[in-house]
Design a protein around this ligand. Structure first.
Ligand code: FES
Ligand code: MG
Length: 577
């Protein structure tokens, strides 16, 4: 750890200390806000980046919670300013929130860099907000602590627990099969999201906040605390107190986000059941930190890491509230201590090993011992083959094992509306052996890499009682989804990846044990199809979408913008004004 800072070394001192006209302006503007020099001079200025919005239902409590953070900052003798940040919500944004993760990352980096901030508290949680905020803050390089929104309470309808996303898909299939009345459907609609907080399955939000926790970016175990639990308020105040100390200690993100921290995060992600989205975000976060974490590294960990969090959708029975009562993430990490690098430094200023001391499992069915996992392995597998030379991912644990080795004829759709029409057709000619394919749904094609990858099972098969089939796309899927879905096919079809060459009726073969995904079409024929392929027009010709298409990397590289992937601290520098 570096030497303790003195007030004159603070970054904000550049704004407030000099006896010149510019600093006079800065000080007078603070006084305009009603603050005297005793409030802000010679004290760390802490930015609280708040991703609250009235359309971000998962962050509904952030409007009040920010006051708890500020309380903590003040208690520790510093000055807090709230900065509203781009609120990338998962529920309402079209075509997909993923389009805006990088915009949040850019905004975060730039708002930190241009303002007189010595440290930041990042308030996020809904899917893309965790990676967006963290990626930006890594590049900005000032001390930061991540404050996870926390999961919402368990859903409930008619005395039964309901899980975010997962139960929506499940009951929707039942409704399509004609098994659910309008009144029941309305009851489920009202019961599936009962409080502020993020989705309470182990979806993308819970996986990503667990990753931030395991990387050492949150107070220990903070990611498991339900949003509306009073412990969440106390944790928020503690974040405020701790960030001030981090500023004095000069505990910057480059000391925390090391190769060891990324590996710890990946191991923990696998043990929790790991949303497939985590793969894209984890790679992007690591690459921001100058660490080349690859799909193959994640596949290797997926093969040896047992899934021990019995939380849906990969686990069978429980939800995030149960996970918290069972001991939360600290307890899970304690169970697998010997697979983690306990020397990794964290925001507490202590090592991960020290943070885990005393953690206990209170319910061994929710957080399983390594000797009794939910699955021995299989949170995630990375496939390669002539359909996905740069990789594709699948969640073996979340699909019917009969599809682990499967061969069948492709039914290919070029767009979501075309696919939707077909799946709603009760007379569609399709067998359970068919392989449904949706293309033009990647970063360029979607556009923005939407969560369309859990293609609905065609009505024609639902009525026969089928609930799973092999599906392939260059899209992502929601972390709360399940089924035999191959996702993130790279390179994507819209830029000419081999998925663009597949035709309805071609035989596709998945061989999960050997990590292969191929179309059984001979090379001469594929070369002919490739020569005839014509690149479609870009999805955006102007605005942010245009920037996105110019610079987004493919799924295997994390979909960051190429120009943002820098090493720590390498920026254009701050002008001397
Ligand atoms: Fe926000 Fe799921 S919609 S976490
Ligand atoms: Mg989601």
């Amino acid at each position: 750890m570096r030497e303790r800072k003195k007030p004159e070394d603070l970054r904000s001192a550049r704004w407030f200390t000099p006896d010149d006209l510019r600093s006079f302006g800065h000080r007078s503007r603070m006084m305009q806000l009603g603050y005297g020099e005793e409030d802000f001079a010679n004290r760390p200025i802490i930015g609280v980046l708040n991703t609250w919005s009235e359309l971000n239902t998962c962050h509904a409590h952030f409007r009040e919670r920010v006051q708890d953070v500020k309380r903590g900052v003040l208690q520790a003798g510093a000055f807090a300013v709230e900065l509203p940040s781009l609120s990338v919500d998962e529920s309402f944004i079209k075509p997909t929130s993923m389009l805006y993760r990088n915009l949040l990352a850019i905004e975060t980096e730039e708002m930190i860099r241009c303002h007189p901030l010595d440290g930041v508290v990042l308030m996020g949680g809904c899917d893309k907000t965790t990676p967006g905020l963290v990626m930006g803050a890594i590049s900005a390089g000032v001390p930061m602590i991540y404050l996870p929104a926390g999961p919402m309470l368990r859903g409930n309808y008619a005395g039964k627990p309901l899980g975010s996303g997962s139960d929506a898909w499940k009951y929707w299939d039942e409704r399509r099969a004609g098994n659910i009345s309008d009144a029941e459907w309305l009851g489920i609609q009202g019961g599936i999201a009962r409080s502020a907080g993020t989705c309470m399955t182990m979806g993308t939000a819970s996986t990503m906040t667990a990753i931030a926790d395991a990387m050492g970016l949150t107070l220990p175990g903070a990611s498991s605390i339900p949003a509306v639990d009073s412990e969440h308020q106390r944790m928020s105040a503690a974040c405020g107190r701790r960030i001030v100390e981090m500023v004095w200690e000069d505990l910057t993100p480059d000391q925390i986000i090391t190769e060891a921290a990324c590996r710890n995060a990946a191991v923990v992600a696998m043990a929790t059941g790991c949303s497939t989205n985590a793969v894209v975000h984890l790679i992007a976060m690591a690459r921001r930190a100058g660490i080349n974490l690859t799909l193959d590294d994640l596949d290797a960990l997926g093969r040896i890491t047992p899934l021990i969090a019995n939380v849906r959708p990969s686990g069978k029975d429980y939800l995030m509230e149960d996970f918290y009562y069972a001991g939360g993430l600290r307890a899970l990490m304690k169970q697998m201590e010997d697979r983690l690098d306990l020397s990794a430094l964290t925001v507490t200023g202590k090592t991960m090993g020290e943070n885990l001391q005393g953690a206990k499992v209170y319910n061994a069915d929710v957080i399983r011992p390594l000797s009794n996992p939910v699955y021995e392995e299989g949170s995630l597998a990375v496939l390669r083959g002539n359909l996905c030379p740069d990789g594709a991912v699948i969640k073996p644990a979340a699909c019917d094992p009969k599809f682990h080795v499967h061969q069948g004829p492709a039914l290919v759709f070029d767009s979501y509306p075309e696919m939707k029409k077909a799946v709603d057709n009760e007379n569609l000619e399709i067998t359970p052996d068919h392989v449904m394919v949706l293309r033009n749904a990647g970063p360029h094609g979607g556009p923005g890499f939407p969560e369309w990858g859990m293609l609905p099972i065609p009505k024609a098969l639902i009525k026969q009682g089928h609930r799973d089939m092999l599906r392939i796309s260059d899209a992502r899927m929601s972390g709360t989804s399940y089924g035999a879905c191959v996702l993130h096919v790279a390179p994507e079809s819209y830029i000419g990846g081999p998925l663009a060459l597949l035709k309805t009726g071609d035989i596709v073969r998945l061989d999960l044990p050997n990590r292969r995904l191929d179309m059984l079409v001979d090379e001469g024929e594929l070369a002919k199809r490739k020569a005839a392929w014509v690149a479609p027009a870009p999805r955006f010709e102007r605005g942010y979408g245009h920037i996105f298409l110019q610079h987004v990397t493919q799924a295997d590289k994390g979909c960051d913008f190429d120009f943002l992937e820098t090493d720590f601290g390498r920026s254009a520098g701050e002008p001397e004004i």
